[in-house]
Write a protein that binds this ligand. Structure first.
Ligand code: NAD
Length: 424
């Protein structure tokens, strides 16, 4: 595959193009039947819907929404629901394909799906957000179900949104269907630890990659981009593991303290002010300078395409663990690869969330509540097993962890497709 000198000519960043490129590379490296590649380069199902909502002042706004099933050979579609103004069909499709790969890397019985609405939730009142969620749920309801498609939270959606989705599905069907959605509140069949499962899984990968590469964890410096549902708990867990979190950014700004930020105080500041910006326990820095901060570890935990070629060239860290989905452009990935930076890819690093979702789905179907110890233990074992499989494949093939994760995933998906055969 030709190397790219910059992010263009595909710039502005096209996440679906980037995932297709990764799938093709993984199929080639795995040596599976090229027909499998043709199946994986096209989503199985893309539903685009209008979501009309009566706003509080009486006028009607019409939002666009999507639900995509990329591939369901290994089980029902699994993937989050994102509310974001820049959302597009291409981005949702890319995220759905990532879910196909991710569920295969951690070897849980799901395929890949994703959905969302192009909207700015911060500008909606709670009642507008609820009406939007319920109307969107009705619009995509024909695709949803414990055996078909099981959504979960993603950017700008949370357990409250999942509870509205659950309630709407229950109302439509006239019965309780707890397995239809994960990331629910505990009071309606949620899973202990679900909210922190993604960050716990990321930290498990940080520990594993530092151990596998002989790097000391305690005292090492970490930079985190994003301080939301993943980045917030993650910064705390990294600090608890003995690391120094030296810089954190969110959409409104970035703060830096070479001695280590007090993450609890930072979280308190972010809770009361809405952002890490303005935190007195650190120095403000430009968001673009975040990547150049002296550190051993960088964890992007915000949005796609955050690390471009320029960021990759300026980065001092020797390990990147991708908590966000697709946080790096392919060109930036090449730069880091050439520089010998170890990258733990998103489809492995942030799979803790979907793993906990699997446990919650199983709990809903069993009608038996799992306790926190069981969740934590199984989550840790699943992440360690997945990291071990990817690490071993990378060593055996002499490829990056990203390529190895792709190979592990594609082999498992190909096995399912081959076992099923082609209908009719
Ligand atoms: P979130 O909405 O809770 O938080 C996003 C964070 O990113 C916020 O702090 C926001 O301020 C910050 N951000 C947004 N734009 C930014 C910018 N330009 N510069 C710096 N910071 C910026 O979302 P989340 O659930 O924490 O998800 C973060 C990433 O992790 C996404 O890529 C998501 O797909 C991925 N992910 C989330 C989960 C999960 O369980 N929530 C699971 C797997 C993957």
């Amino acid at each position: 595959m030709a190397s790219m000198e910059a992010d263009g000519p595909q710039a502005p960043y096209d996440p679906w193009w980037a995932v297709r490129r990764r799938i093709s590379a993984a199929v080639a490296a795995a040596g599976v039947d090229p027909e499998i590649e043709r199946l994986l380069l096209v989503p199985e199902r893309v539903l685009e819907v209008a979501v009309p909502v009566r706003m509080d002042d009486g006028h009607v706004e019409v939002f666009s929404g999507w639900r995509v099933h990329h591939n369901v050979a290994r089980g029902p579609a699994k993937g989050g629901i994102r509310f974001h103004p820049a959302l597009s069909a291409g981005e949702v499709t890319a995220l759905a394909a990532d879910m196909t790969l991710k569920t295969a890397v951690v070897d849980i019985p799901f395929g890949g799906g994703k959905g969302g609405v192009a909207c700015e939730p911060g500008r909606l009142s709670i009642s507008e957000l609820e009406r939007l969620t319920r109307r969107y749920t009705v619009a995509i309801a024909s695709l949803l179900g414990p055996d078909q498609d099981v959504p979960a939270p993603d950017v700008n959606t949370d357990e409250r949104v999942m509870a509205w989705l659950l309630d709407t599905m229950d109302m439509l069907q006239g019965r309780s269907v707890p397995g239809v959605v994960t990331g629910k509140p505990l009071s309606v069949g949620g899973m202990p630890m679900h909210a922190g499962a993604t960050s716990s899984g990321v930290v498990r990968c940080v520990r594993a990659v530092f151990a596998a590469t002989g790097r000391p964890l305690v005292g090492a410096r970490a930079v985190v981009q994003g301080f939301g549902k993943v980045g917030g708990p993650l910064a705390f867990l990294l600090q608890s593991a003995g690391m120094r979190v030296v810089a954190v950014a969110d959409v409104a700004g970035a703060v830096w303290n070479p001695g280590g930020l007090d993450v609890s105080a930072l979280a308190e500041h972010a809770r009361s002010s809405g952002s890490v910006a303005g935190f007195v326990g650190g120095t403000p820095i430009a968001s673009t300078d975040l990547w150049a901060v002296e550190a051993e570890l960088v964890v992007p935990a915000a949005l796609e395409g955050a690390i471009d070629v320029d960021a990759a060239r300026r980065m001092t860290a020797s390990v990147v663990v991708e908590a966000a989905n697709g946080p790096m452009t392919p060109a930036a990935d090449e730069v880091l690869d050439r520089r010998g930076v170890v990258v733990v890819p998103d489809i492995l690093a942030n799979a803790g969330g979907v793993t906990a979702s699997y446990f919650e789905w199983a709990q809903g179907r069993q009608g038996y509540a799992w306790d926190e110890e069981m969740v934590a233990d199984r989550l840790a074992r699943t992440m360690d097993r997945a990291f071990g499989a990817v690490w071993a494949r990378a060593q055996a093939l002499g490829v990056s962890l990203r390529d190895a994760a792709g190979v592990v995933a594609v082999e498992r998906i190909a096995a399912a497709i081959t076992a099923r055969g082609l209908f009719p």
